[in-house]
Design a protein around this ligand. Structure first.
Ligand code: NAD
Length: 436
């Protein structure tokens, strides 16, 4: 069955374009299933739900660059603006060899939902380039980033669409993006991207914000299910910006991080890994592989690890029908976007494993990106204590709100978050009306 074509298509409306229907088992198909689950809860706003199934704007760009060896290489890049009813598009840029249009569409849609869930005044967008950046020299990486920024420059801007870091992109990439956009427009425009270096208008606390948000909602949810964080065992998949910071914060409260997996392999230590030492190892070596004070287990064995909390913080579609039945955790905190398929969601629900969905759990990053954007506009910068205090308040309030909806309407936290967020998006859709 095609999920893309499910739900009523109003008379006179064209069926979904083929690129929206393709790849029903991929991230975009998963997103459409999540939307179908929320539609019965939207009341009269359901008549606007079709809008959630169609990205507003999709841009595919060719990114040619001179390689160091004198050849010319072409990369395929994307920028998708899923919905801008609530404000400018907002969402990261991913450099990865498996990036596809379908994936970027799904990531942009999850940004719409996430931004509405924490009530920051943004729509949803996302971008990416299909490339393995580890194979590029620094010069090649900079030229690719700058050409990509120029190509998508026709649709981004501080009031239009504001990119940020995602997988394999960081503050340096954001600095090059900001500079390229500024050169093209003729004035320094710090607010065009977030996640910049602090010396270029970046915000204190932005680098740690997503992991801090993961930790904050984890602590709140643990209170509801009577889980003591200080004695808990944690398994983390992906030890980059999100997983590394979340692992560190949990370890600081006394929790044992017993297993970590990244692209280089999986390590395990029953007594708990020395997280600061592991972070230093990853910084020096690029991966957890080769960390001396741990045993190596297979990547598949990671899903059997005895733990209380599992934090997927790498890529989409990691928790599937194939492994959801094996997971021992009581709670899963989705640091990554889209790590759990809808079929796996159902299995976890039946097994009474609580899932804190991406669209609330990893919203800390975009929340501090919002603070960064506000600070850039006002050219007035806050101290880190202020930023973390505001971040924690927004995360706690948003989580309490979706927890209440989940209890009240007897739905999963994911559907509850979609209810809160999609109502906000579609309400603004209705208020603005259709142009012309
Ligand atoms: P990152 O590049 O800093 O880290 C990615 C991590 O995933 C690395 O440890 C890498 O080794 C690991 N990884 C890659 N492929 C893997 C594989 N096949 N198996 C296991 N591990 C693998 O990226 P990040 O910024 O930490 O993003 C991680 C996830 O969090 C992504 O889903 C991203 O969309 C999401 N996210 C990031 C932010 C942010 O602020 N950076 C905000 C919200 C959500």
């Amino acid at each position: 069955m095609s999920h893309a074509s499910s739900g009523p298509v109003p008379a006179g409306s064209h069926p979904l374009p083929s690129y929206l229907q393709a790849d029903n088992l991929g991230p975009w198909g998963n997103y459409l299933q999540q939307v179908d689950r929320v539609i019965p809860h939207l009341g009269s706003l359901a008549r606007w739900a079709e809008t959630l199934k169609r990205p507003k704007r999709v841009l595919i760009v060719d990114v040619p660059i001179h390689m160091d060896d004198g050849t010319v290489a072409h990369f395929e890049g994307y920028r998708v603006q899923h919905n801008v009813s609530r404000g400018p598009g907002k969402g990261g840029v991913r450099f990865h060899q498996d990036v596809t249009l379908s994936e970027v569409m799904a990531l942009s849609a999850w940004m719409s939902v996430k931004n509405a869930a924490v009530n920051v005044p943004y729509g949803g967008a996302k971008g990416g380039i299909r490339v393995d950046p580890k194979k590029l020299s620094r010069g090649e990486l900079e030229r690719m980033t700058r050409r990509y920024t120029s190509e998508i420059g026709i649709i981004i801007g501080p009031n239009k669409d504001i990119p940020a870091p995602d997988v394999n992109t960081n503050d340096q990439i954001m600095a090059w993006m900001m500079d390229t956009y500024s050169m093209n427009t003729g004035s320094t425009s710090t607010g065009v991207v977030t996640g910049k270096p602090v010396d270029l208008g970046g915000s204190l606390g932005r680098r740690e914000a997503t992991g801090r948000g993961v930790y904050t909602v984890g602590v709140e949810a643990a209170k509801h299910i009577g889980l003591d964080i200080a004695t808990s065992r944690i398994a983390v998949q992906g030890f980059g910006n999100v997983g590394g910071v979340a692992g560190k914060l949990f370890a600081e409260t006394g929790a044992r991080v017993v297993a970590v997996q990244d692209h280089g392999g999986t390590i395990y230590r029953e007594a708990g890994l020395d997280v600061p030492a592991l972070l230093r190892h990853v910084e020096a070596n690029g991966s957890v592989a080769g960390f001396a004070e741990a045993e190596v287990i297979t990547n598949d064995k990671f899903w059997d690890v005895d733990c209380d909390i599992l934090i997927p913080a790498a890529l989409e579609q990691q928790i599937t029908e194939a492994n959801a039945g094996r997971i021992k955790a009581r709670m899963i905190i989705e640091g990554a976007n889209g790590p759990t398929t809808p079929a796996a969601d159902d299995i976890l629900h039946d097994r009474n494993i609580l899932v804190l969905p991406d669209v609330i759990a990893n919203a800390g990053g975009v929340t501090v990106s919002y603070f960064e954007w506000v600070q850039d506009f006002s050219s007035f910068f806050w101290d880190e204590e202020e930023i973390n205090k505001r971040l924690v308040k927004i995360m706690k309030d948003a989580f309490a709100g979706v927890w209440h909806v989940a209890q009240d309407q007897k739905v999963s936290l994911r559907t509850a978050t979609f209810i809160v967020a999609c109502k906000r998006i579609l309400h603004t859709r209705e208020l603005r009306g259709l142009y012309p």
